[in-house]
Ligand binder design. Structure first.
Ligand code: SAM
Length: 210
């Protein structure tokens, strides 16, 4: 995703500190970030936020936290939240490597990973968001009924993720090798999903739990 550097990005994000946490203000107290105490779901790597904002609009009785490390990209999500006047979604500017410093044990009921960067080189495997060190953090964050949902167009990353989750001992609830063949009615397409679908790419999907 090519986004031009916006020199005003941090000022804009700080002005909207009620929507996006740039300073770990809600570390270990994310409940206080939301108006209502209700179940929490998270998306890691929100991109421009099409997916998480639509999900939040459809499910007002769930709180959503979007995690994104790029300040220039997260601005677009803040803008969408303001335009759509959503109260049940908040954002944190954070590298997912530090996610279990921010959120507490069992605090999350669902994790979404959508079109995560594939990091195809073997020497970069540990950066993949389904590498075992990330799975360990997700295990810590998810409650007993919690699950992880993952979509990608990248076959290599999908195969790696299946193997990594299997080796970790996760249980696969659903695996779909061509999500758009008979696209589920409730599927919300992300920006990348729309783009890849137009190119005719196959979309892989899985849902798994610990
Ligand atoms: N999920 C969106 C979609 O499907 O359209 C965006 C996909 S884009 C390929 C991956 C996004 O994940 C980028 O916005 C990137 O900045 C973010 N990202 C990558 N690694 C991350 C990390 N370690 N922590 C938080 N965000 C990350």
């Amino acid at each position: 995703m090519r986004i031009r550097n916006k020199p005003w990005a941090m000022d804009y994000l700080k002005e909207n500190g009620h929507i996006v946490d740039t300073e770990m203000n809600y570390k270990n107290k994310v409940k206080q970030f939301f108006d209502t105490d209700q179940p929490l779901q998270i998306e890691i790597g929100t991109g421009m936020g099409t997916f998480i904002t639509e999900l939040a609009e459809k499910n007002p009785d769930i709180n959503y936290l979007g995690i994104e490390l790029d300040k220039n990209i997260i601005i677009r999500v803040v803008e969408k939240i303001i335009e759509m006047d959503l109260k049940n979604i908040r954002l944190v500017l954070l590298d997912a490597n530090y996610i279990s410093d921010y959120l507490g044990e069992g605090e999350v009921s669902k994790i979404y990973l959508n079109f995560s960067d594939p990091w195809p080189k073997t020497r970069h495997a540990r950066r993949r968001l389904t590498y075992h060190t990330f799975l360990k953090q997700y295990h810590h964050l998810l409650n007993d009924e919690g699950s992880l949902q993952f979509k990608t167009d990248n076959r290599g990353l999908f195969e790696f993720s299946l193997k990594s989750m299997n080796e970790y001992g996760m249980k696969f609830d659903e695996i779909i090798l061509d999500l758009h063949d008979e696209e589920p009615e409730d599927n919300i397409r992300t920006e990348y999903e729309e783009k890849f679908s137009k190119n005719g790419s196959r979309i892989y999907f899985l849902k798994a739990s610990f």
